[in-house]
Design a protein around this ligand. Structure first.
Ligand code: SF4
Length: 364
């Protein structure tokens, strides 16, 4: 994006104008949820949150992949990190996510576990090439945005005949989670701001049930203040006029059809499966497991890993936060025993977590 164009997206006069238009479209309370950690941060970082009319209630949903990684899944990471002959390869944001007894991958590393932070799954492939005597397990955490790249890496591993590269697939899919949130009466969601990056892969069609089945409006949008304000104007207008529609307002990046090639690669390597989400529980069809053809890469199968629901971390209300039932500052541990320096739950660990955003931007 050119510098001039970027400046237009931040233009204060344009933002003031859009805020006036938003006020004009409001017809009472509008409870909107964003389901993308990048939107969470953008809304806070740009200062938009404090400028929004008081009728707008901003709820942060389960859009941060680290935050929705279940305790049992973190425990599986810890078990693998302690397994002889295994190198765990992970994105850095998983390192501090707490599992059993507050342990995390960082403490596992300090205890002698071989944990390597990588910047892409391709780095994990290189790690496997460089360590032929070990098994490198890449922790597959993320949404439809991450899964195609992981699938492409698996295809490369097959082409190269690399036998010591495996993936622990805990990927999650966004549309099934949206339906669970809408069915939850605690959050009373009026409308969604839909994730830009995920939508670039899946397109518009998987969101249509939000309007058809649940009668709610939703908008795919970008991450600049102007993008977010335009989406809110659309959602407010829909509510005022009693319309339930799903719109793509991010056409400079997202096509209505999404990215067919990315979906094809993902579908070649993975099949949909049930998945456990932290604080939400089991969501049918919301995860990805290896297809029969690629099960030789499946770390779950190789190490007999099973994932079971378990009690949440004591005192942590991440589940309530992720479902939009409470704000982070309504958790009794917020800013007391839970801070970014000493997080109790994952929503305070990740830079895209709503508790961390509330803490950092000092929202009252
Ligand atoms: Fe969990 Fe901490 Fe957020 Fe409370 S403030 S919900 S303990 S992460």
């Amino acid at each position: 994006m050119s510098r001039e164009l970027l400046e237009q997206f931040h233009d204060p006069a344009l933002c003031r104008d859009l805020l006036d238009r938003l006020r004009a479209e409001l017809s009472g309370e509008l409870r909107f949820m964003e389901v993308c950690g990048t939107h969470t941060v953008a809304i806070f970082q740009s200062g938009l949150r404090s400028l929004l009319p008081k009728e707008i209630v901003h709820l942060s949903g389960p859009g941060c992949p680290v935050c929705v990684t279940h305790e049992s899944e973190v425990n599986a990471f810890l078990d693998l990190a302690g397994t002889p002959g295994v190198i765990v390869a992970t994105f850095g944001d998983l390192m501090r996510v707490p599992g059993r007894k507050g342990h995390n991958l960082k403490s596992a590393q300090a205890d002698g576990g071989r944990v390597s932070v990588v910047y892409s799954p391709f780095d994990a492939l290189k790690l496997a090439q460089d360590n032929p005597g070990d098994t490198v397990i890449f922790l597959g955490v993320g949404f439809e945005t991450t899964a195609p790249t992981v699938a492409a890496t698996v295809l490369m591993a097959r082409t190269q005949g690399l036998k010591n590269f495996k993936v622990l697939s805990f990927h999650k899919l966004v549309p099934p989670a949206l339906e669970v949130l809408l069915a939850d009466e605690g959050a009373r969601i009026d409308a969604f701001i839909l994730p830009g990056h995920v939508s670039a892969v899946i397109g518009l069609a998987p969101y249509l049930p939000i309007a058809e089945r649940y009668g709610k409006a939703a908008a795919i949008t970008g991450f600049e203040p102007v993008d977010i304000l335009q989406a809110l104007i659309f959602l407010a207008k829909c509510k005022k006029e009693g319309r339930a529609e799903v719109a793509n307002l991010y056409r400079r990046v997202v096509s209505d059809a999404g990215n067919a090639k990315a979906r094809q690669i993902m579908g070649q390597v993975f099949d949909p499966a049930d998945a456990l989400w932290r604080g939400i529980g089991l969501i049918p069809g919301s995860g990805l497991e290896f297809s029969k053809e690629f099960e030789e890469f499946d770390a779950k199968k190789l190490y007999g890993i099973t994932i079971e629901d378990c009690p949440p971390l004591p005192g942590c209300k991440c589940g309530e936060v992720l479902k939009g039932r409470i704000r982070p500052d309504e958790c009794p541990l917020f800013k007391k025993s839970c801070t970014p320096a000493k997080p109790v739950g994952p929503c305070m660990v990740s830079t895209e977590g709503s508790c961390a955003a509330y803490f950092k931007y000092q929202v009252e």
